[in-house]
Design a protein around this ligand. Structure first.
Ligand code: PRP
Ligand code: URA
Length: 213
């Protein structure tokens, strides 16, 4: 059966996300607005992606009485894939201010579309954390799969992948190579073009985010 029905694939179905992704796609959307939209969408997908994080109970006292409070243990590591994943970090830190942030630098070789690694810096206790990998685009899946591979080599056991737009080809690659990972997508698009760009997509996310077109 196609992995597009895999229960680990979570496609957001929310009018605010659909509206904001449509604005993001528009070719007229300028860098400032693009950056703002990426952040707003990341916050909403991040809310869903953190829905099953475990909580620790602790007694607290309100002005009226004692009760049980529920708190997130300090257990999350956000890991943007450079460059474009950086645009999602601040929003995710608004949700989880105590999270650590790792960075994985990868770019796609323009001829082969294969990921080339140029940077990797992760917190020393990353293996004990839930890692949320951030990247606006899941195209061939090569970059996200390589990033997840690095994390697994460092001993990470619980990994979630958060993308704003994904292609069916990328979803298939992630589930084939990493069937234990949950994918959270703002939108599942149609397919890749001959240059491995997502259709209809939004073009090059890193260039649009940083104004390097
Ligand atoms: C883009 C995007 C992903 C990757 C997706 O990055 O942000 O990291 O391509 O493509 P894939 O699924 O086929 O690997 P890019 O390589 O353009 O680097 P950049 O973010 O530095 O622009
Ligand atoms: N990377 C992007 O930024 N956009 C795509 O459509 C594919 C890869």
């Amino acid at each position: 059966m196609s992995n597009l029905y895999n229960p680990r694939l979570h496609i957001m179905d929310h009018p605010l996300i659909k509206h904001k992704i449509s604005m993001l796609r528009r070719k007229e959307t300028n860098t400032k607005d693009f950056r703002q939209l990426v952040s707003e969408i990341a916050l909403m997908i991040g809310y869903e992606a953190t829905r099953d994080l475990p909580l620790e109970e602790a007694e607290i006292e309100t002005p009226l009485m004692k009760t049980t409070g529920y708190f997130l243990p300090k257990q999350v590591c956000l890991t943007p894939i450079l460059r474009a994943g950086l645009g999602m970090v601040d929003a995710m830190l608004t949700l989880i201010p105590a999270a650590r942030v790792g960075h994985i630098g990868l770019y796609r070789d323009p001829k082969t579309f294969k990921p080339v690694e140029y940077y990797c810096k992760l917190p020393p206790d990353v293996a004990e954390r839930v890692v949320i990998v951030l990247d606006p685009m899941l195209a061939t899946g090569g970059s996200a799969s390589a990033a997840i591979g690095f994390l697994k080599k460092r001993g990470v056991r619980l990994i979630k992948l958060v993308n704003i737009i994904g292609a069916p080809e990328g979803v298939e690659v992630i589930f084939r190579e990493h069937p234990d990972v949950d994918i959270y997508l703002g939108c599942l698009d149609q397919k890749l073009n001959d240059h491995a760009y997502i259709l209809p997509g939004l073009g090059d996310a890193g260039d649009r985010l940083f104004g390097t077109l």
